[in-house]
Design a protein around this ligand. Sequence first.
Ligand code: NCD
Ligand code: ZN
Length: 358
Amino acid sequence: MIPFWFTEYLRVNMESITIIQPDDFHLHLRDEEALNSIVHDSARQFARAIVMPNLKPPVTSVEIAMDYRKRILACLSEDTNFQPLMTLYLTDKTSSEDIDDIENSEHVHAVKYYPAGATTNSEFGVTNLEKSYPVLEKMRDAGVPLLIHGEVTDPDVDPFDREKVFIENVLAPLIQKFEGLKVVLEHITTREAVDFIIQGPATLAATITPQHLLYNRGALFKNGLRPHYYCLPVLKREEHRQAIVNAAISGNEKFFLGTDSAPHAIGDKENDCGCAGIYSAFNALEIYTQIFDEQGCLDKLELFASVNGAKFYGLAVNTHKVTLVKQSWDIPKSLPFGYSELIPLMAGETLQWKLQTA
Ligand code: NCD
Ligand code: ZN
């Protein structure tokens, strides 16, 4: 048996950290060959993940979600205990019966709202949120969280202001109207979003990605146009990055880990109309750890990565622990992705933290 003093030593030792195994509360796993080539990366680090429903066609019913869940689990060997937590895609056709089905399901945990046209595969999204009011009422009463891609789609609104305007024009009135509805503002990118979440009710929370902690919008234009730094919401100014970092390391239970890992084949990124999305699932936990270490806040990592999200979703915190050690390792320049390849976050760079394998 490992003596108590040794585990305590590991917990506080500068060169390693042991935490409850984290969950990823915002993940795109895609489907078919692509799914098979990426799901192992998430399963290496995370116990559970909220799986986004923006497939083509989207995941719009519990039945479709359960089939998708089976395909995800079929890619994994029996010795991994990774649990996909499924979501449904809110469309103009989502009904109160769909919410009943979620209530009766063990495996579907939330509904995702994409304003139509906001991002990759969002053309099925809601055109006018008022049409969804009966569904939102039902979700509020059933305690089903609404996950939001918080950007307006109006082409007249500057792309760098779309989150801020969404908060003012859509989210603030929505929160007022549906008091008690659990809402996660996904992948926040601005100081305004951080302030709004802090000031909001306990039923309002946000996920934070590794790329929005690492980079400001300068990364998109460093020595040329950089498609692999392009995701939605787009990277913002440095002052916003700093606000996001401060939110993540604060320990505030309203902020938790969601990678928004969103893989695209290299040809779809390096294109005259490149897709939005950054693949971070390969090394996300190690990147978050490095950021918390650089901020001198490793003691807050467990709250952000393993506790706050589970609590918000009403899930038990994981029992398994993982250890990360300070050890440099090189990120590959590319990875296989279905019949193609993709470029991961921090491709060709060196990371200072590594998750220990059992
Ligand atoms: C996501 C994708 O590719 O599915 N892209 C992204 O830039 N984040 C969609 C999304 O979450 O917006
Ligand atoms: Zn996403």
